[in-house]
Write a protein that binds this ligand. Structure first.
Ligand code: DGY
Length: 336
């Protein structure tokens, strides 16, 4: 067996990685942390495939370190803003991601954030835990209703639509803005960004991070939102200008926010000042973090590797790119 697959983390969930062992020799980056690019480059030499995570930089340096044997880089993530797709296309390397398998789980978390931020669950729970719940008062712990509210989805791909389905059960009115999904459907009405921001009680972000979506929500957009509105993001940290958000929340120009993704990840002990705001709920990027979904993500990444190594087209190449190695691929900014 002469093929090599670099797996950028040891101990990935599920049994997917074991299946690689039948056709190739897996080489693991060991240890608990995120590998440095130089460490990955050293391990990549002579690899036929790389199984990477959504926060491993996949650029020309890594691809060149692997060399001409490299045919596929399979991400165990749906987001792919860590990939320099043009560098992979130039070298004829297929890059795959994991659409589909995490949409429902991530939509569950988006909904959890909607409920937590609107009903101020973080602040209420923390007050109880520190012994502050001494008497029932009609005016304590008041939040805003979720049922009957207007939900604005920015990005209406798999996850956005899964959130829209959940919203039906809460009797919500749903609108969406997405350059790739401009039409109404049974769940949601299409609208432009300005009107979505102005009419929504809850704005939830479901776009990939690209040059076009970086700081899509900044001072101007926050100013268009209702002071009673909530901003939710399970997309990517860079989509929201966090400084602008902090000011809007502190100055009472926005009711609340629920964020699973952040401009700086991970935060370690340098926690964002947003986390200290009573009406902000922040989570450590756990949108897809269930046992079943994380295992399914690894499984799909492994399936993509096994397909390409067996000369079959990859199942889920990045949008607009080739499923077959060795061919020049066209790259677009189209979302999954
Ligand atoms: C994804 O799949 O994009 C999740 O954010 C985890 O990286």
């Amino acid at each position: 067996m002469s093929m090599r697959v670099l797996v950028t983390r040891d101990g990935l969930p599920g049994r997917g990685v074991e299946r690689l062992g039948a056709v190739a020799e897996p080489v693991f980056h060991t240890g608990d942390g995120k590998p440095e690019p130089a460490e990955l480059a050293a391990l990549a030499a002579g690899a036929d495939a790389v199984l990477a995570l959504g926060n491993d930089l996949v650029d020309a340096a890594l691809l060149d370190a692997a060399g001409p044997s490299l045919r596929v880089v399979a991400l165990a993530s749906m987001g792919y803003d860590n990939v320099v797709a043009a560098a992979a296309a130039e070298r004829g390397v297929v890059v795959t991601h994991t659409p589909g398998v995490l949409a429902e789980t991530t939509a569950d978390l988006a909904f959890a954030l909607i409920l937590a931020a609107r009903r101020r669950l973080g602040a209420a729970s923390a007050d109880l835990a520190r012994g502050g719940w001494d008497v029932f008062r009609m005016h304590d712990y008041l939040g805003l209703d979720v049922h009957g509210a207007t939900l604005g989805l920015i990005g209406y791909g798999q996850i956005g639509r899964a959130v829209a389905r959940r919203a039906q059960g809460f009797g919500m009115r749903v609108v969406h803005h997405d350059p790739y999904a401009r039409v109404d459907d049974a769940l949601s009405a299409a609208t432009d960004l300005r009107s979505l921001l102005a009419q929504s009680d809850i704005v939830s972000l479901h776009v990939p991070l690209t040059d076009a979506t970086r700081h899509l929500i900044s001072v101007r957009e926050l100013a268009l939102m209702k002071p009673t509105a909530t901003l939710i993001s399970t997309a990517r940290g860079g989509v929201v200008d966090e400084d602008a958000l902090l000011h809007a929340v502190r100055e009472g120009r926005l009711h609340s926010a629920g964020l699973d993704v952040h401009e700086r990840e991970p935060m370690g002990t340098e926690v964002s000042p947003l986390a200290a705001e009573e009406n902000v709920v922040m989570l450590p990027h756990i949108g897809s973090a269930t046992h079943a979904t994380r295992a399914a993500m690894v499984d799909l990444a492994v399936d993509n590797i096994l397909d390409v190594l067996a000369d079959r087209p990859a199942r889920t190449p990045l949008p607009g790119t080739s499923a077959v190695p060795g061919r020049p691929a066209r790259t677009t900014g189209a979302p999954a």
